[in-house]
Design a protein around this ligand. Structure first.
Ligand code: 13P
Ligand code: SF4
Length: 359
C-alpha cells in the first residue's frame, strides 16, 4: 500500500459490513420482569457470577447489574471492575470488544456475553490484516488504539485508550516526542488532535451511531431549548462537537447532568445512558440530539443496534446453558494485555496524583 494521506486521514478503503436492524425490545409485564430478574439473581449466586453492563444497554439490565453487586459503567471502568471483583464468571453486557477486554485481563475467569453478534462498527471497520499493514508502513509511530477494537488489533498496538483517558495519554506520548498512529475512530482522533495540538495519522473508521448526529438540526433544537446544555460524545462529527457545552466519555456526560445547573440537556450519545442520567438527576429533562432522520425516516434514533442485542432473557439463557463464552487464546491475551495494562496503570497514576493534590 502506498503512503496516501488526505491531511492526516489515511486513504484506506474499509471493509463493508452489515449494520443490523434495531432488535425488537422484549415485551413483558412488570411482574414478568421481576420474575426474570429474580431468576437471574439466583443464577448469578449459584454460578459465582457477576453482571457487568455498559451504560448503553437496556435499563432493566443496568438496574439488575447494580442491584446484584455488579457494575454499570463506561468501557474503562468495566475493564477495571472485572479485575477487582472476585467472581469466577463475568457476564459482560455490552459489545464484543468489552467481553474480549474482560477475558484478556482475566484469562482465568469465564466470560459470557448475552449475544456474540453484538459487535461495533469501529471494530468491524478495523480488520487486523489491514490495520497491521498500515502500522508496518509507519514503523516509527507509536500505535494508539481505541478500546473499541478486536483482541488482535490491541495486540498490534502500543497503547489502548478509551474516550475517558485518550487526551492525557496522547499528551504524555507527544511530550516524550513520540509520533502517533491513531485508530480506528477518526472523529475521536480529530477531537484529540484539536484538544492536544498533537498531529496523528488517523485510521478512517467511525461509529455509525454517533456519526448520525446532525449539527444543523441540533442548532434548531438548541433554539427550541435555550436553557439546555449540550452534551456530546467525541465519536460525533466535528460540527456537532463544536456545538457542545461538554464533550466527554459516557461517564463525563453523566457527571455533567449531575453537576451542571441547567434544567434541560440535549445529549448526543446513545440514549441508553439516560437510565443512569435520570438516576443521578431525576428532576432534569433529557432530549436525544437529532440524528440524520429526525422528523423523517429515523431508523435508529441514535440507538446502537448491537448494544440493543443485550437483554435479560439472554443473560438468563447464557447463565443457564453456559453458552456464548468469550475465548481469547492465552498467547493473544498476553500480547493484548500489555497495552491495556499500560492504560490502566496510567489511569491509576492519574488517580493517585489527583488524590495527592486534594490532600
Ligand atoms: P465509553 O468508552 O465512553 O464507554 O464509550 C464506548 C462506546 O462504545 C461509545 O460509543
Ligand atoms: Fe460501537 Fe458506536 Fe455502538 Fe459504541 S455506539 S458500541 S462505538 S457502534
Amino acid at each position: 500500500m502506498t503512503k496516501t494521506f488526505s491531511g492526516q486521514l489515511a486513504d484506506i478503503r474499509l471493509p463493508i459490513f452489515n449494520v443490523p436492524p434495531q432488535p425488537e425490545k422484549p415485551v413483558r409485564s412488570p411482574e414478568e420482569t421481576a420474575r426474570l430478574k429474580e431468576r437471574i439473581r439466583t443464577l448469578l449466586r449459584e454460578q459465582d457470577a457477576v453482571l457487568v453492563a455498559h451504560y448503553y444497554t437496556d435499563g432493566d439490565l443496568q438496574d439488575l447489574a447494580e442491584e446484584t453487586g455488579g457494575c454499570v459503567a463506561d468501557s474503562l471502568e468495566m475493564a477495571r471492575f472485572g479485575t477487582e471483583h472476585p467472581a469466577s464468571t463475568l457476564v459482560v453486557a455490552g459489545v464484543r470488544f468489552m467481553g474480549e477486554t474482560s477475558k484478556i485481563l482475566n484469562n482465568e475467569k469465564r466470560v459470557l456475553m448475552p449475544d456474540l453478534a453484538a459487535t461495533c462498527s469501529l471494530d468491524e471497520g478495523c480488520p487486523i490484516e489491514l490495520f497491521s499493514r498500515f502500522c508496518d508502513e509507519h514503523p516509527d509511530h507509536t500505535v494508539v488504539v481505541y478500546a473499541n477494537t478486536s483482541a488482535e488489533v490491541k495486540a498490534r498496538s502500543h497503547w489502548v485508550v478509551t474516550s475517558g483517558i485518550a487526551l492525557p495519554i496522547v499528551q504524555y506520548l507527544a511530550e516524550r516526542g513520540e509520533k502517533i498512529l491513531w485508530g480506528p475512530d477518526q472523529h475521536l482522533g480529530r477531537y484529540v488532535q484539536r484538544m492536544t495540538g498533537v498531529e496523528m495519522l488517523l485510521w478512517p473508521g467511525s461509529c455509525v451511531v454517533h456519526e448520525g448526529f446532525r449539527a444543523e438540526a441540533l442548532e434548531e433544537m438548541m433554539r427550541r431549548h435555550p436553557e439546555a446544555a449540550v452534551l456530546v460524545h467525541p465519536e460525533s462529527p466535528q460540527a456537532v462537537v463544536d456545538l457542545a457545552d461538554v464533550v466527554g466519555s459516557t461517564t463525563a456526560l453523566i457527571h455533567a447532568v449531575r453537576d451542571l445547573p441547567n434544567p434541560e440537556f440535549i445529549v448526543a450519545t446513545e440514549p441508553g445512558i439516560f437510565n443512569k442520567m435520570q438516576q443521578v438527576a431525576p428532576e432534569k429533562k433529557l432530549f436525544v440530539a437529532p440524528t440524520a432522520g429526525e422528523g423523517a425516516t429515523c431508523e435508529s434514533c441514535a440507538r446502537c443496534a448491537w448494544m440493543a442485542m443485550n437483554s435479560l432473557e439472554k443473560v438468563a439463557e447464557v447463565l443457564e446453558k453456559g453458552t456464548n463464552e468469550i475465548l481469547v487464546s492465552p498467547e493473544l491475551a498476553a500480547k493484548a494485555r500489555v497495552p491495556i495494562q499500560r492504560m490502566l496503570d496510567f489511569a491509576g497514576k492519574m488517580k493517585e496524583k489527583a488524590g495527592a493534590k486534594k490532600e
